[in-house]
Write a protein that binds this ligand. Structure first.
Ligand code: SF4
Length: 305
């Protein structure tokens, strides 16, 4: 089928089946363009809650994000178009790891980034996003906090709080954000001295410290909308450039590294979204007991933030 035919068929199926398509900011441009909502993981899951008539949510993102959509929309059918859309960082913290760290750091609260699986969320005190991580850590009781799975986000939080942050695992990281390097940014700054550098907190310390602004994808989008500069150097996954360019047609956005691409996010295509809607594959659910506890950790995040 041609792209036009696929877009048409997706539109037809979406209507017939009362489906809503959610696309993460890191998706391919053509996937973002057919989505009902484009945003970060929790933003998408929350917006889908307003879609009272929707029966199906197609989550064009990675595995843990489909779980997040299920946790906040348990009565809807959640589909992920590709079974290969895994997040390697979420896989760096298993339930066994958490049990081991819990034993080691008895009675210390555990704050988990939403980039984790539901079973991990179910065993923490509260979740956080990259946008609210500092606020959540500040508001959780205790002077010491165990924090996972991204050690760069943990270190970023540590720089902003007087509490002691213990990263678990010690070296959890996002392979995509770890490719941004200080040397490429230095060269780009020389070439475009007028361009502010905007990076995600999952980037390394050196990269964060070289930036004018550190924030989540939604915060980077907002910053670029509100700032006066005509050109920006961006240190997060390249899919965000499509959104930034669409929202700001008169501004220029330069990716800080050509390698800043998440292959897992790119597993979703128009073809598999079409098949996902047609055949209602691949359903994502979370067992009831785990879902109840994981949802509680997400609700706590909302209360605290
Ligand atoms: S960009 Fe990083 S955190 Fe996000 S899905 Fe890809 S690997 Fe996981």
């Amino acid at each position: 089928m041609s792209t036009e035919e696929l877009v048409k068929e997706i539109g037809k199926l979406r209507k017939e089946k009362k489906a809503v398509i959610l696309a993460h900011n890191y998706q391919r441009p053509e996937v973002q363009d057919i989505a009902d909502y484009v945003g970060d993981s929790i933003e998408l899951a929350r917006r889908a809650m307003d879609e009272k008539e929707a029966k199906i949510l197609v989550v064009a993102a990675v595995d843990f994000m489909a779980e997040n959509a299920f946790l906040l929309n348990p009565t809807k059918k959640i589909l992920i178009p590709s079974l290969y859309a895994h997040c390697p960082m979420a896989r760096m913290l298993s339930l066994d790891d958490i049990r081991r760290y819990r034993k080691k750091y008895l009675r210390i609260p555990l704050v988990l980034y939403v980039n984790t699986f539901a079973e991990a969320k179910a065993s923490c005190e509260v979740c956080c996003t990259s946008a609210n991580a500092v606020k959540i850590v500040e508001r959780v009781e205790g002077d010491t906090i165990i924090f996972g799975p991204d050690c760069n986000l943990a270190e970023y939080v540590q720089e902003k709080t007087k509490k002691k942050i213990i990263p678990i695992p010690e070296h959890g990281f996002c392979p995509t954000h770890s490719v941004f390097d200080i040397e490429s940014i230095r060269l780009l700054k020389e070439q475009y001295p007028d361009a502010p550098v905007l990076v995600h907190p999952e980037c390394s310390r050196e990269v964060r410290h070289s930036a004018n602004f550190v924030g989540s994808t939604s915060q980077i989008i907002r910053y670029a909308q509100e700032a006066k500069a005509k050109r920006y150097i961006i240190g997060t996954e390249e899919g965000i450039l499509h959104r930034l360019r669409k929202d700001n047609p008169n501004k220029e956005f330069i990716l800080a590294s050509v390698l800043g691409i998440c292959p897992n996010m790119k597993m979703n295509t128009l073809e598999n979204i079409y098949k996902s809607l047609r055949d209602e594959v691949y359903p994502v659910t979370v067992p009831k007991g785990i879902a109840t506890r994981a949802r509680r950790a997400l609700e706590r995040m909302v209360e605290l933030s």
